[in-house]
Design a protein around this ligand. Structure first.
Ligand code: RP5
Length: 170
């Protein structure tokens, strides 16, 4: 799936199409913020040559940030980070076993020199928001949209008090 209308600044890649139900949250929040994405499956294990080619070419392809999600032996984010100097945000995808702890540790425990900014298990929405924050460093309009997003979230949080059930009568 590709947004071919403009060079997308964010690549959202994942090890398998089975990751998409989690990874779609990154695509959605970036769309809410007016940021185009290019989405593709690139597997560190099933298509390693494609993964390396993608990482090596990512900057020249016009991407500014890569969001990479994978589950289990989740090597994709780290391997991409080893092939590019673009910022890579890793999303640990929880699989049926081990509750995503395997994915989390596979992504977060990178060696010195090869950083991956890792979000919480299955929290692709935060990966999208972090990518937007990085892009906003050079995009004042996006920074304004992020601020509006932050204020709306605060308002929604305050309004949540009104939805709490009252205390029982004493
Ligand atoms: C990982 O293996 C993928 O990122 C996915 O989370 C996991 C399982 O992939 P499938 O067997 O569902 O294709 O590489």
């Amino acid at each position: 799936m590709t947004d071919a209308s403009a060079a997308a600044p964010v690549a959202v890649v994942m090890g398998s199409d089975s990751d998409y139900p989690v990874m779609s949250a990154a695509v959605e929040v970036l769309a809410e913020l007016g940021v185009a994405t290019e989405v593709r499956v690139v597997s560190a294990h099933r298509t390693p040559e494609d993964m390396i080619a993608f990482g090596l070419g990512a900057r020249d392809a016009g991407f500014s940030v890569i969001i990479a999600g994978a589950g289990g032996a989740a090597h994709l984010p780290g391997m991409l980070a080893s092939t590019t100097t673009l910022p890579v945000i890793g999303v640990p995808v929880a699989l049926r076993h081990l509750d995503g702890l395997d994915s989390l540790l596979s992504i977060v425990q990178m060696p010195k020199g090869v950083p991956v900014a890792t979000v919480a298990v299955d929290n692709a929405r935060n990966a999208g928001l972090l990518a937007a924050r990085i892009l906003s460093l050079g995009d004042a309009a996006l920074a304004e949209r992020l601020e509006a997003f932050r204020l709306a979230m605060a308002e929604a949080s305050r309004a949540a008090t009104d939805r709490l059930p009252g205390p029982p009568a004493v």
